[in-house]
Design a protein around this ligand. Structure first.
Ligand SMILES: [Zn+2]
Length: 588
């Protein structure tokens, strides 16, 4: 530039030109940045949350069907959507409301086939209100036709935040995924963003560029070849969780086999993977088949036995998308010979998709139970050592900052933020609560209680159960019935208090005294096993206290020799805090 510049102090008329050029360049740059990063704008206050209580109008209808067409345009990072939503009216309405990210503007809307003027509907901060042309009475049906589109919200670090992931394969082809558990379904389709609403049937028609595949939820109805070379993938799923609806697009290949169940059905097992990974894909497929067999033997029938077991390789770590679980663990090897991520997401088909929490406050029913299945699975593969080792690892990160269950309505966000909710404890502490419960009431009562909570029956068979909503209170009642004793004290201390019970022990002369100390002095008659010189005894601790006599001055005493009890452990806490501070300061 200096070569072509006029001498300093030369023609003033030419002096300003570089500034104009710079200014124009700056504006163009800002415009490009704005256009390419629009997806990272903050979401509206309503859209960012999931689990906001339903509006009166939403409560007045039964959301029965959603027929969703998605045109996925990876080059433009754009989504064009057309949704046909079917409702059964339960109480009189003059308007209907649904959730949709306002950054995906609606271009046309019709009610029962009648196109509505734009004055009849509006999207206020993510809540769309549609004034109906005629009032509806209980028993009426209502169909809404919604045409919308735009650049869907982009997730920055999926699955920990929600949105679209526009990635590329190693050879530069589109690799697209969605993960919207935290923010909800309204990031890409018109829905009721509340876990209490599960649409009876969701049909998807996903249009993708030539050469790409779009595996999705449920059964494949067929693939249409469009005149322009693109393909349309048609899928149908029954009763999916709203956040379980997923779009996955890539040049996928399919590893597939048939599963023959102990419950007398046959079902496809599918793993959709990127080209060049056939060997790893076949290994994972074999592990999937083994895993489903184990889960069916332990918990009960696979809930989507009439659809498929599906896993798809994603650019993000994972997510429990019903019958099309996201897998992004890169076939990581583990000494257990076991893929924890596949196992964890798969567990959500029972704990999350079949059994769904009625409120996010009960989210441990998904994550605590889901996380407990990994140690149980490793125990199946490797015996007691594998189980204990996995439990020991989980024990090291329990935070005890907030109760797992608050007893109040919660959004997903408030549960997951460590400043406001139990966050990781719904996983690891939830898993440990189940471990301790199992130790207390025994295998038979424990697994029967789990089965009843998941299916609503102790004898589930394909066809005799439906997806259901559960709660902590319900599980407490079922576990109490199966154990033939009231377990309120157990759930009160472990789930409804932040701090763990502490077992205070003191040895004086020939006596060992034990006492449970609980938050607010809550009752805690938790029996304690004690080994003295190799001899086991159970201290009933009925009033929270117990005494054991010690035969000799140097008797060797081990309290809780089988590590059944979740209890306060100061050394563990110091270690946890030390690890956390080292991590925060960049060390290891
Ligand atoms: Zn999970």
């Amino acid at each position: 530039m200096s070569d072509a510049s006029p001498a300093i102090g030369g023609d003033r008329g030419r002096d300003w030109q570089p500034w104009v050029i710079l200014g124009v360049l700056a504006i163009v740059l800002i415009a490009i940045l704005w256009l390419t990063h629009r997806g990272e704008r903050p979401l509206s206050k309503r859209t960012v949350q999931s689990g906001i209580p339903l509006t009166a109008d939403q409560k007045s209808v039964d959301f029965q069907t959603a027929d969703l067409t998605f045109e996925v345009l990876p080059n433009e990072k754009r989504l064009n959507g057309h949704a046909i939503l079917g409702f059964q009216v339960k109480a009189p309405i003059t308007k209907i409301q649904f959730d949709l990210d306002p950054e995906l503007p609606i271009s046309a809307l019709a009610a029962d086939g009648q196109v509505l003027d734009t004055s009849k509907w509006a999207n206020d901060d993510g809540l769309v209100t549609v004034n109906l042309p005629q009032p509806k009475r209980a028993g009426d049906r209502l169909t809404l036709d919604v045409t919308y589109g735009g650049r869907p919200h982009v997730a920055k670090r999926a699955p920990w935040d929600g949105g679209f992931v526009w990635a590329q394969t190693k050879d530069g082809r589109p690799w697209v995924a969605t993960a919207v558990e935290g923010e909800g379904c309204d990031l890409f389709w018109p829905c009721f963003d509340n876990s209490l609403v599960e649409v009876g049937t969701v049909t998807q028609h996903i249009i993708v560029p030539k050469g790409l595949a779009a595996p999705s939820n449920g059964r494949l109805l067929g693939i249409d070849h469009l005149a322009d070379g693109r393909t349309r993938w048609n899928w149908r799923a029954r009763h999916p969780n709203n956040y379980a609806i997923a779009i996955d697009v890539a040049p996928y290949q399919l590893a597939q086999t048939t599963y023959q169940s102990r419950f007398n059905y046959r079902m496809p097992v599918q793993y959709w993977y990127l080209p060049g990974e056939t060997k790893q894909a076949q290994n994972l497929l074999a592990e999937m088949v083994r895993t489903i067999g184990f889960f069916e033997a332990t918990v009960g029938p696979y809930p989507w036995w009439d659809e498929k077991m599906g896993v798809v390789e994603t650019p993000h770590l994972g997510m429990e998308h019903q019958t099309i679980n996201a897998y992004g663990n890169n076939y990581k090897l583990a000494p257990e010979g076991f893929d924890w991520l596949m196992n964890h997401e798969f567990s959500h088909e029972w704990f999350g998709n079949q059994l769904t929490n009625g409120d996010w406050d009960d989210m441990w029913l998904h994550e605590g139970f889901g996380s407990y299945m990994q140690p149980v699975s490793i125990g199946w593969l490797h015996g007691r050592m594998g189980y204990d080792e996995a439990m020991w690892k989980q024990r090291q990160t329990i935070a005890n900052k907030f109760p797992i269950v608050s007893g109040k309505h919660q959004t997903e966000e408030s549960v997951y933020r460590p400043e406001t909710g139990p966050a990781g404890d719904i996983y690891v502490k939830g898993s440990w609560v189940l471990h301790t419960l199992r130790g207390l009431i025994g295998d038979q009562a424990f697994w029967t209680a789990v089965r009843r909570e998941v299916y609503g029956t102790s004898d589930p068979r394909p066809g005799n159960f439906q997806p259901r909503f559960g709660s902590t209170n319900e599980f407490e009642a079922i576990a109490s019935q199966e154990a033939h004793r009231n377990l309120k004290w157990f759930f009160d201390v472990y789930l409804r208090q932040a701090h763990l019970p502490r077992l205070v022990t003191s040895r004086q002369g020939s006596t060992l005294s034990l006492q449970w100390k609980t938050p607010h002095g809550l009752p805690f008659p938790m029996p304690v096993e004690v080994d003295i010189d190799g001899k086991r005894q159970v201290v009933p601790m009925t009033s929270g206290r117990g005494i054991v006599s010690i035969p000799a001055p140097y008797s060797v005493i081990t309290i809780d020799p089988e590590s059944k009890l979740l209890r306060q452990d100061d050394a563990m806490d110091s270690y946890r805090d030390d690890q956390a501070s080292k991590k925060a300061s960049g060390g290891n």
